[in-house]
Design a protein around this ligand. Sequence first.
Ligand code: ZN
Length: 340
Amino acid sequence: MPKKPKYPFAVLEFGKTREVAPDIFWLRMPLPFALNHINLWLLKDRDGWTLVDTGFNTNETRDFWTSYIEELLDGKEIKRIIVTHFHPDHVSLAGWLLKRFEASIWMTYSEWMQAQLNRFGGPTADIDARMIFYRSHGMTQNSVNGYRAKRPDFAKIITPLPHQFVRIMDGDVIKINGDDWKVITGAGHSPEHAALWCEERNLLISGDQVLPRISTNVSVQSNEPDADPLGLYLSSLSKFKKVQEDALVLPSHDRPFYGLHDRIESLKEHHEDRLKAAYQACAQPTTGTEMIPTIFNRELDEHQLGFALGEALAHANRLFFEGRLSKKFCDDGCIRYSQL
Ligand SMILES: [Zn+2]
């Protein structure tokens, strides 16, 4: 039975900061969702600061940033912004910060592209296509309308990104303050998520790929309906096995923790259990929406319902790829999964 993570630090208040390792600072910013916060990491660098992730574009977060800039940066500039992935809580203030600092933005190619596509309302941000997709998986029109009303508009939230960026790739080594940070990419949560591992200092900035308490959202998206994001996520998780067991993990949500390998095991067990539940739910032909209560046994608001359906479909598609479920369009226009 995997052990629970150990948390060496107390919860940090919004707008406060804590040095979690020499010259590495934890910043905690609010989010306007059920998941109410994100962690950012500010690393002292030779000629200024390197920042990892930027926060969600709200007045509240920008106000916190203004006081961080006055009090924390010690008169030095942010020289580089590394963004783990394109989700708006991570990327949306990058453009705003870059107006203030002459910094470069470092991202993987897919995440940079996806952020740009969303900003310009490309297929990944096509809300109408997403609504049709949800309806085809059995979501009621009422729920679809409720989700639509709550979903943030990426084009408005993501501040304009520069047209130039620095591409980072799996295995690249980024020098920060003389330390080597190796890029570990992963998929399933987003297309090419970048985590950063400093082996000498035994630190892992895990982004959203490994979180200590909640499981990372792994969803089938409307622009890639036949994808296997859970398969991608599980194989990405295995890439973290090379990180030392006693590394301090700095995740994007919740608190820094110890116990990476046990956490990876319990995430794998969690998905195994959900796969079993999804399979059992499909004894009769079943839509993704009908599968949700077997996978999430808690109340979900309309914003969470979109994540929940995406996640139910991720489990159903994994079972489809394992040859255990079939998937077919029915006369009522809905897609249903059945045991084979
Ligand atoms: Zn994310």
